[in-house]
Ligand binder design. Structure first.
Ligand code: BES
Ligand code: MN
Ligand code: ZN
Length: 496
């Protein structure tokens, strides 16, 4: 799907050859006069009859209207034109068109759009028109090929926002594709192949380690999770270098559990299928690299993905087993279903070698985070106030929001173990925080943040599917870092 933006008046756009025209209508007065302009005439009549209202997402839809070249016309109210309002207007407009076979759509802004609002419009259209096809015998691929935005005034900032949106959509769709694939079509091996092929297509380096190398590295926690799986583990290392080699990279670490049965601490059957989404953190890292490869910003980024299934088996790790992580810390595995933190902790130790300016891990880590924050905001945990603030801001700007959660040391009490340096679970209370406290022990040597995306990475129910979050947040954060002098990392603290 391709985006374009043109400077055009509505009087021109209504003569354009399009399958559908979406007109974004503001609440405030426009320069278009009822009686003179055909669409203003329609809107004013509909307003008078109560068939249209000045509320974001209200739509007025017509077919084969004389004087309008496009078969479909949808006028959608954007109220004050905030990014969120534009998003809901565009989604509502696409809903009104959904059944139609639409390949070329025009989106005309009657009032000036801000850059974030334009980006929100592009993303909302991509999201609404997305179609999963990979494992269907008679797939219905997306019909939409071209979106032509138009407005009275088009400046450089809007063009840049649309280029950003184009790359972001490509990244989001990589994340959706790999999230949605069933686990037998998204094994660690296939995930690694996907990383390699994205790297090839967009020119960055990708190295894949297997069980032998991971054993040599001493990643005892990661290996403990992989023990029960017949599918071999993969550790994927991606390196995008857009800036000088001396510039410290941002490291992204994505949880890549391609299926989470819980292991010996097995999960109940209901909705267990959704645990194919337990690699959405990894998928978001692949998505970010896809977008970086297209946008080529001047920044260095490393992507790390520990990928394995979590399975019950004769060889599987057992509750009570003690393993030694790559950091040297021993871990008592009291619950094999708390596997995400085990694969992540070794990846966090591996990240030290890049002398990063920041490390951000992204994981469908806890059911408790879904209870705390639902599907609206991802959980954000960070030991670094500046990093937390940048991420929260990037989330708000991109419409892919997160919310900071606490990390008081008192929350780590329950992780104490008599048989190892740390246990992998604490009690039932504050489950997303205790999980983060576990990770924090392995992330003391650089500014670190953790995003728990258990509630935001996919939707359940009738509209089940990966959302592609938090690719938008991460890409926005990375682009915000371009040209910024990274604040010098604090002197490494010794582990206690
Ligand atoms: N992948 C799950 C977390 C999860 C569960 C995400 C449900 C989305 C929906 C994770 O590996 C897990 O099983 N976590 C446990 C931790 C517990 C054993 C301390 C959980 O949240 O129940
Ligand atoms: Mn689990
Ligand atoms: Zn899991």
């Amino acid at each position: 799907m391709n985006f374009e933006i043109q400077k055009r008046a509505l009087s021109q756009v209504i003569r354009d050859d399009l399958d559908a025209l979406i007109v974004l209508w503001p609440s405030q007065d426009t320069a278009l006069v009822a009686g003179k302009d055909p669409i203003a005439t329609l809107v004013s009549a509909a307003l008078a009859h109560g068939d249209f209202e000045h509320k974001a997402g209200a739509v007025l839809s017509l077919y084969a209207h004389p004087g309008i070249q496009a078969r479909h016309l949808v006028v959608a109210c954007i109220a004050e034109g905030t990014a969120a309002q534009v998003r809901s207007a565009v989604s509502a407009a696409w809903n009104a068109l959904k059944s139609a076979n639409i390949q070329r759509v025009g989106v005309h802004a009657v009032a000036d759009l801000s850059a974030p609002a334009l980006q929100a419009a592009a993303l909302a259209l991509a999201d609404a028109s997305y179609s999963y096809t990979s494992t269907l015998s008679k797939p219905k691929p997306r019909s939409l090929k071209k979106v032509v935005f138009s407005a009275q005034a088009v400046h450089a900032e809007l063009r840049a926002a649309l280029a950003h949106a184009q790359a972001l959509v490509a990244g989001v769709e990589v994340a959706k594709e790999w999230g949605n694939r069933p686990a037998n079509h998204a094994t660690p091996t296939l995930l690694a192949k996907a990383a390699k092929s994205i790297a090839k297509g967009t020119a960055f380096r990708c190295e894949v380690l297997g069980p032998k190398e991971v054993t040599q590295l001493g990643m005892g926690a990661f290996l403990a999770v992989a023990r029960g799986a017949a599918e071999p583990l993969r550790f994927i290392v991606m390196r995008y270098n857009g800036a000088a080699a001396a510039e410290a990279p941002v490291v992204l670490v994505g949880k890549g559990i391609t299926f989470d049965t819980g292991g010996i601490s097995i999960k109940p059957a209901a909705e267990m299928d959704e645990m194919k989404y337990d690699m959405c953190g990894a998928a978001s890292v692949l998505g970010v690299f896809k977008a970086l490869g297209e946008l080529k910003p001047a920044i260095n980024v490393v992507g790390l993905i520990p990928a394995t299934e979590n399975m019950p088996d004769g060889l599987a790790v057992k509750p009570g087993d003690v393993v030694t992580s790559m950091s040297g810390q021993t871990i008592e595995i009291l619950n094999t279903d708390a596997e995400g933190r085990l694969v992540l902790c070794d990846a966090l130790t591996y990240a030290e070698r890049f002398k990063p300016q920041a490390v951000i891990d992204i994981a469908t880590l806890t059911g408790a985070c879904v209870i705390a924050l639902g599907a609206v905001r991802s959980g954000l945990f960070s030991s670094d106030d500046a990093l937390a603030q940048s991420l929260q801001q990037a989330g708000d700007v991109s419409g892919d929001a997160c919310w900071r959660m606490p990390l008081d040391d008192d929350y780590a009490e329950g992780l104490k173990s008599r048989f190892a340096d740390v246990a992998n679970v604490a009690g039932r209370q504050a489950g997303s925080v205790t999980a983060a406290k576990f990770l924090q022990r392995f992330a003391s040597r650089y500014p670190w943040a953790h995003l728990d995306i258990a509630g935001t990475a996919w939707r359940s129910g009738a509209a089940k599917g990966a959302t592609g979050r938090p690719v938008g947040l991460l890409l926005q954060y990375l682009l915000d870092q371009v040209g910024k002098k990274p604040v010098k990392a604090p002197a490494p603290r010794r582990r206690g």
